[in-house]
Design a protein around this ligand. Structure first.
Ligand code: SF4
Length: 344
């Protein structure tokens, strides 16, 4: 990206077919083109296709495209779109196994940089197999451990699950060097996300400042209106799902502005939409444009809360407010609510 005028494509050999079009773009680019491919070495313990896919999944080797011919802005030129679940720190997949009572158990687990290392025999020193009789309450799944960050309890031991040669589930403790590496990979990935318009820290800060301004303005009693002027501009679209209660004429002839939508409901500050296509591309049934080509929520139930929160995080002007989830059975709700908090 820093090269500015060069076409850049980074991907792995497992992903060449989906990237064929972008490869072709690079080959006919007006300026120089840089192709950076991850290809597992001969000593890889996994089949080459799986090792390459694991490198992408674990964020060790994210896919990216920078195409300077697409426009003037990063939003137009830079894309992380072919990474799995690009709005998360780590992609989450379900893992099903049989417990000691022969019952099927399914867990949603992140695939982290540590999982990639665990499949590489040359990184064996970073792990220690923990016999079943030594399993304890202090052992925490590595995904939870990484998420806790500096709040980690010093006595906790992160582990990854592995399947032994006897087909039995094993816990493998992770040493601190591998954890530090995973933190570095996650930090690097978050910076890439920002370049790709995901979880943008400038947008978050602007949103926090706007919220604080709104909160302090709300405290001040104002003549003739209970709603601050800044909020009156930020009206949702006229679509029924986005419309707050109608403005009511008062006995004195003044019209009181309608109350803002409750933070329980999802809504978009439609008049501020920049028509960037980010949310409408994610789910064109959930998000639609009005006649002014500004987004509104057309059908909340046409997608998941996960999609809605992801759209809120990707919206560069931070105007999508996800409200509360509507399906109590959706996975990862706790995490999603935490991510939605800055946009309430
Ligand atoms: S609501 Fe945000 S993400 Fe959606 S089109 Fe408008 S500016 Fe883009």
């Amino acid at each position: 990206v820093n090269l500015g005028s060069a076409f850049v494509l980074q991907t792995a050999t497992s992903n060449l077919r989906p990237m064929a079009e972008r490869l072709a773009d690079g080959l006919v680019a007006a300026g120089p083109a840089l192709f950076c491919l991850f290809s597992p070495g001969e000593n890889s313990a996994l089949p080459p296709y799986l090792a390459a896919a694991a490198a992408i999944e674990s964020r060790l080797f994210p896919t990216l495209v920078f195409d300077p011919d697409k426009g003037d802005t990063l939003a137009e030129c830079f894309s992380l779109g072919t990474n799995p679940q690009p709005d998360r720190d780590w992609p989450i997949h379900s893992f099903t196994y049989e417990d000691e009572q022969m019952q099927a158990v399914t867990e949603n687990l992140p695939f982290t940089a540590i999982d990639f290392l665990a499949a590489d025999p040359s990184s064996a020193d970073a792990f220690r197999l923990v016999p079943r009789h030594q399993w304890s309450e202090e052992m925490v799944p590595v995904g939870d451990y990484l998420q806790a960050g500096t709040a980690q309890n010093g006595s906790q031991v992160p582990f990854v699950l592995a399947v032994g040669l006897d087909d039995r589930l094993q816990r493998v403790a992770v040493k601190s060097a591998a954890v530090q590496l995973a933190h570095r990979i996650a930090r690097r990935w978050r910076r890439l996300q920002e370049l790709g318009g995901i979880n943008n820290s400038h947008a978050r800060r602007a949103l926090d400042e706007a919220r604080q301004a709104w909160e302090s303005e709300k405290q001040k009693p104002t003549e003739g209106s209970s709603v601050p002027s800044s909020m009156q501009v930020a009206r949702p679209d006229e679509h029924p799902s986005n419309v707050p209660a109608a403005a009511a004429p008062q006995a004195n002839g003044k019209v009181e502005p309608a109350a803002p939508p409750s933070c329980e409901e999802a809504w978009i500050e439609t008049p501020r939409c920049t028509s960037c296509n980010e949310c409408t591309n994610r789910n064109p049934r959930m998000f639609r444009y009005n006649a002014n080509k500004q987004a509104y929520i057309a059908d909340l139930h046409a997608g998941t809360y996960h999609e809605l929160v992801g759209a809120a995080e990707s919206c560069k002007v931070a105007i999508i407010h996800p409200g509360k989830p509507w399906n109590p059975n959706e996975p990862d709700l706790e995490d999603l609510l935490h991510r939605a908090e800055p946009f309430r």
